[in-house]
Design a protein around this ligand. Structure first.
Ligand code: T1G
Length: 702
């Protein structure tokens, strides 16, 4: 089956890439395009060409599966598109690119090799390669600045963010926005279009050394700001600089060199893994692919931080929301926070005032269960108390319509126990949002023993509809994310008792790439919340286990973190964490009283004890079946816990580091630090076999 179709309409050859789902430049597509170009060149009846995508989009880039092979040293060293690009540019007949959906990466690079570009207003154009740890590798860093100027090219390649057709038109990247039928509009344009200059010959917008110097400096600053630890954005600036300083062909050679260096990097391996891991998480064996069309009305219980954020996420997705509280003050406070958050989004240009009014109009505040019987999903978002959740679930069980999803936003408590108070445990599921719920992409979907496949499938579809990344988790204490987070969090507390400081631990973790250090996270989430969760989960009740010494004392002192201005750190107006000698004294005294000989601790030990605690517990979550894949665990940590994307997630990072090395270190910790460092059986097994978690996933998929 040809991946490229060819037909002639009114003297114009219409060449369409037809490689669903996103017309990636998979093997066979570049070849098919070249063949079609040759055919059009030889067809006397053809005066011009239109190149477009069949189905929902133009070309969404190179085939990332092929890139993954490249990253691991299999397959070609770089995109093999040069001949196609040259053939497009050298065509003796005008080539018009007709863009709808997305023209991304190699797709945009193909488009800018053509003589003209027209697009629907809804089209998105971008060079998102940095999201995969690479730079454009099909001469995009050489042609894009020639069309759109140095500054625009830098912004597009460093941010990786697509731009709309209107912005592309203003930038000179496209020639016309087509209203109505794209094909007809493109053909009409092509029939009137004279042969245009080749993009690589258009040097007018390449600027001078003097003009460009501040642009390149600003580009490097942008790269450092947007993706501090990532190589590719900085290398993209380097490639664009080559466009401004070298002849075209030499610039292309420089780009290919930089691309080849980036694609085999651990960062590229990790980010490409993250791309596919996110898409794999949506596929649940034995569970169909339903649509969320059945969900129109969501009812939420609790208008606190989580309930309010969930209400915003639903309203942002166009869903009608019933928002229930028990007291008018709490409801008013919740609504005020929602409005304040929306006003912040308007200030940041994310929404217009009209958008906000539309969304607020979808949120219906109330103090009772009125209309809850017409809800498609009811989400309970009250604080972590099993007794309170059971009371609420027995109430909504009596009201909700048949088939309604009864969901709990619990972050730690048993879904089975909550479901046990209802007559419909098959409709009960965990939908664990992350704070702020209107921003954080992760949605941990927790299946109970009785949860039906339909309910799971609909919850997963709702996640996609809310633009969240839904990951299915089993019903163990803390599910995937928090279950792993507790050993990580406690290990950082043992590290400060052993001699480090909260500031040093946080600096080592952010140096590793974590979005925030553990002590700053604890202060943001609330030391009182962590205390309540520890009580509910009964941590450290077994005799003989090492128990953290200080967090409970901070709780007893009312130091709950940012919300009280004091926690592990103190906080001023700017909400920036400041080390508190009182806390460091408290740590030293507690350690002394416990007979702990404090010592100097290096950053490597901090990172290894923290991150390996995650990996070891992750291996247990996996072998006990509470996560479907190791890559699902990565998706949870990348989207919910600030683990750096360019490290691929804790399990992928473990593979890159080598399970044998990690096991050796964990066994040393076991000897030196005690039984909490017992290696997970799966880790022992895989390390002994010389395998990684990726191999484990592959075997299970097979
Ligand atoms: N290659 C291979 N598969 C791809 C793909 C690609 N470029 N893009 C998407 N898919 C698959 C995806 O895995 C999923 O598969 C299905 O398509 C639907 O995707 C030379 C080297 C286009 C905005 O980075 O951003 O070009 O899970 O669920 O939400 O310089 O996909 O169904 O089996 O994401 O509607 C640059 C990546 C590549 C774009 C659509 N291009 N794709 O979003 O659907 S590097 C990109 C996206 C490059 C050049 C360099 C999004 C989308 P499955 P989906 P969606």
């Amino acid at each position: 089956m040809s991946l490229v179709t060819y037909n002639v309409q009114d003297g114009v050859a219409v060449i369409a890439v037809d490689n669903p789902p996103v017309n990636a430049l998979s093997p066979g597509v570049p070849e098919g395009l070249e063949a079609a170009l040759d055919r059009a060149a030889g067809d006397a009846g053809v005066k011009a060409l239109v190149v477009m995508g069949a189905g929902r989009t133009f070309i969404a880039g190179a085939d990332i599966a092929v890139l993954q092979d490249m990253a691991w040293g299999k397959g070609p060293g770089g995109p093999v598109l040069h001949d196609l690009l040259q053939k497009l540019e050298d065509s003796a007949k005008p080539v018009v690119m007709a863009i709808h959906g997305t023209a991304l990466g190699g797709g945009l690079e193909v488009a800018i090799a053509g003589h003209y570009r027209v697009a629907l207003a809804s089209a998105q154009l971008g060079q998102p390669e940095v999201n995969l740890g690479i730079i454009p590798g099909a001469e995009g860093t050489q042609r894009l600045p020639r069309l759109a100027g140095i500054e625009k090219a830098i912004n597009m390649c460093v941010s990786g963010k697509p731009i709309a057709a209107s912005e592309a038109l203003a930038a000179g990247l496209i020639d016309k926005v087509i209203e109505g039928d794209l094909t007809a509009g493109a053909i009409a344009f092509a029939q009137r279009a004279p042969l245009a200059a080749k993009t690589h010959e258009r040097n007018g917008r390449l600027g001078t050394v003097a003009e460009n110097a501040p642009l390149f400096a600003a580009g490097l600053a942008l790269a450092a700001k947007l993706r501090p630890s990532q190589e590719a954005p900085r290398r993209a600036v380097e490639a664009i600089e080559a466009a401004a300083t070298l002849p075209f062909e030499e610039g292309c050679r420089r780009e290919r060199q930089i691309f080849a260096e980036c694609v085999v990097s651990d960062q590229a391996k990790s980010l490409i893994h993250a791309f596919f891991a996110e898409r794999a998480a949506a596929k649940i064996p034995g569970i169909g692919k339903p649509s969320a069309s059945a969900i129109a009305r969501v009812a939420i219980i609790g208008a606190g931080t989580m309930g309010g954020g969930i209400a915003m996420a639903c309203a942002n997705a166009g869903l009608s929301v019933l928002l229930k509280e028990t007291k008018a003050e709490a409801l008013d406070a919740g609504l005020a926070t929602i409005r304040r958050n929306y006003e912040t989004s308007v200030k940041r240009g994310r929404f217009t005032a009209q958008d906000v009014e539309q969304r607020l109009a979808l949120i219906h505040p109330q103090l009772d269960y009125a209309s809850f019987d017409s809800a498609d999903v009811i989400i309970e978002a009250v604080f972590e108390s099993m007794a309170l959740k059971k009371q609420i679930f027995s109430e909504i069980d009596a009201i909700a319509r048949p088939g309604c999803i009864l969901a709990s936003n619990t972050s730690t408590l048993s879904i089975d126990e909550i479901a046990s108070v209802t007559a419909r445990p098959s409709s009960v599921i965990g939908m664990h949002f992350f704070s702020p719920a209107n921003v954080m992409r992760l949605l941990e979907i927790v299946r109970g023993r009785a949860t039906s496949p339909e309910i799971i499938a609909t919850a997963m579809a709702l996640a996609k509809h809310l633009k969240k990344v839904g990951v299915l988790a089993g019903n163990c204490p803390g599910f995937i994310g928090n279950r792993m987070f507790f050993p990580y969090m406690y290990e950082t507390q043992f590290l400060v008792e052993d001699g480090a400081t909260p500031k040093q631990v946080d600096a080592a973790l952010t140096g590793f790439g974590m979005a925030m250090g553990m002590f700053a996270v604890d202060d943001m989430a609330g030391i009182d919340v962590a205390w309540r969760v520890r009580q509910e989960m009964g941590h450290f009740r077994e005799p003989g286990v090492r128990k953290p010494l200080v967090q409970d004392q901070l709780y007893a002192m009312g130091r709950y973190g940012q919300k009280t201005g004091k926690g592990w750190y103190t906080y001023g107006e700017d909400r920036k964490p400041v080390s508190d000698p009182l806390v460091e004294e408290l740590i030293a005294t507690s350690a002394r009283t416990a007979g702990i000989a404090r010592r100097a601790i290096g950053d490597q030990e901090i990172v290894e004890r923290s991150v390996y605690a995650l990996i070891n517990e992750g291996a247990r979550v996996l072998e006990e079946g509470f996560a479907l894949r190791a890559s699902d665990i990565d998706v949870v940590y990348l989207n919910g816990y600030g683990f750096p994307g360019w490290r691929g997630g804790p399990m992928f990072y473990a593979d890159l580091t080598g399970l044998k090395k990690i096991l050796e270190t964990i066994e040393r910790f076991r000897r030196e630090l005690g039984p909490r460092w017992e290696p997970a059986p799966l880790l022992l097994k895989l390390a002994a076999e010389g395998h990684g978690f990726r191999d484990y996933d592959r075997e299970r998929e097979a």
